[in-house]
Ligand binder design. Structure first.
Ligand code: ADP
Ligand code: MG
Length: 207
């Protein structure tokens, strides 16, 4: 069995957490061992980094560069200690957010240049990339409504609408540039219809 690395991307409330169990079921039914993860986090050290990244505080606001580097520190830890060994063991690894989130949030959202992000990516994960990224796309306001219904906002969720519009634009621009690896899913539809679109893509992978 060859390992397979699939990542889910999209704004808050797009439905990533909702769809991951369905994807797990799809592969388990085919006899695959599946590992589901989330970013930032997924190892004890990376979860500590996640807490720093997610916590709103006024005494020492995380600056954009520290945010970027901490994201990549967490990604390096998860990739080298968990994802790569699982793929070598032939597992299907499904990750809720991964590198495209940095392009969208720290790049599009915060305005950090592609050159700087590329350099950090190279340091953290070299040339490693997901086999497939599913981009759950929907209008910012619709996603915010769904996320609001879920509870209190973390450091990212507390951002302004304009920030999320830039995030969405960066996501869509990446998908336009690399349609082979990044598939856009219309996440504005109901849960069942979103699932159907995702399974349709997975069936087409033949893995
Ligand atoms: N397609 C959908 N239509 C309507 N509500 C949805 C849909 N997908 C998820 N939800 C709901 O919206 C909220 C956010 O979904 P979630 O899966 O947690 O999003 P994410 O993990 O992308 O932030 C949850 O309350 C979830 O039940
Ligand atoms: Mg989620």
């Amino acid at each position: 069995m060859q390992g397979l690395f699939i990542t889910l991307e999209g704004g808050e409330g797009a439905g990533k957490s909702t769809q991951i169990p369905v994807m797990r079921g799809f592969y388990e039914k085919r006899g695959r061992q599946v590992l589901t993860l989330r970013e930032p986090g997924g190892t004890p050290c990376a979860e500590e980094m996640r807490r720093i990244l997610k916590t709103r505080r006024t005494d020492d606001e995380l600056c954009d560069r520290a945010e970027l580097l901490l994201m990549y520190a967490a990604r390096a830890q998860l990739t080298h200690t968990v994802i790569l060994p699982a793929l070598e063991a032939g597992k299907v690894v499904i990750c809720d957010r991964y590198d495209l989130s940095t392009v969208a949030y720290q790049g599009g959202g915060r305005g950090i240049s592609a050159e700087i992000i590329d350099a950090c990516r190279k340091a953290a994960i070299g040339s490693f990339r997901p086999d497939l990224t599913l981009l759950l796309d929907l209008e910012v306001e619709q996603g915010m409504q769904r996320a609001r219904a879920r509870g209190a906002a973390d450091r990212f969720e507390a951002s302004e609408t304009a920030f999320f519009e830039r995030v969405r634009r960066a996501y869509l621009e990446s998908a336009r540039r690399d349609p082979e690896h990044i598939r856009i899913i219309d996440a504005s539809k109901n849960v069942g219809e979103v699932t159907a679109q995702i399974l349709n893509v997975l069936e087409g992978l033949n893995a």
